[in-house]
Write a new protein. Structure first.
Length: 108
């Protein structure tokens, strides 16, 4: 296990509500191909800290990788809504792009 993963896991143990550390840990897990370990972290953030807009893009992409296109679609839509509420135009644009790409992929 990498040093970053260990450090982040310890941080989460100390502060279980730390969405930033959970997000960072999930990204580190994705880097080493541990999608199934990253998934519950992303889902936890979306459920318990729904204003953490960055999670929606990565959770949606992970759902796509896992063949869960309906969940990816719903996740992108939820993220777009949160981004709109927060007036986060950059995140909204990224999420809309991911949603459009998914829709195109599903049409093929």
């Amino acid at each position: 296990m990498s040093t970053n993963i260990s450090k982040l896991a310890r941080q989460i143990k100390k502060n279980p509500d730390d969405s930033f550390s959970k997000f960072a840990l999930a990204l580190e897990l994705l880097k080493i191909g541990e999608q199934k370990s990253a998934l519950p972290l992303f889902k936890n953030i979306a459920a318990n800290d729904p204003e953490y807009v960055g999670v929606y893009y990565h959770l949606g992409k992970l759902y796509e990788e896992l063949g869960e296109n309906n969940l990816a679609f719903d996740t992108y839509k939820a993220g777009i809504s949160v981004a709109e509420q927060n007036q986060d135009h950059h995140s909204k644009s990224e999420l809309q792009g991911a949603l459009i790409n998914l829709e195109i992929e599903l049409e093929d």
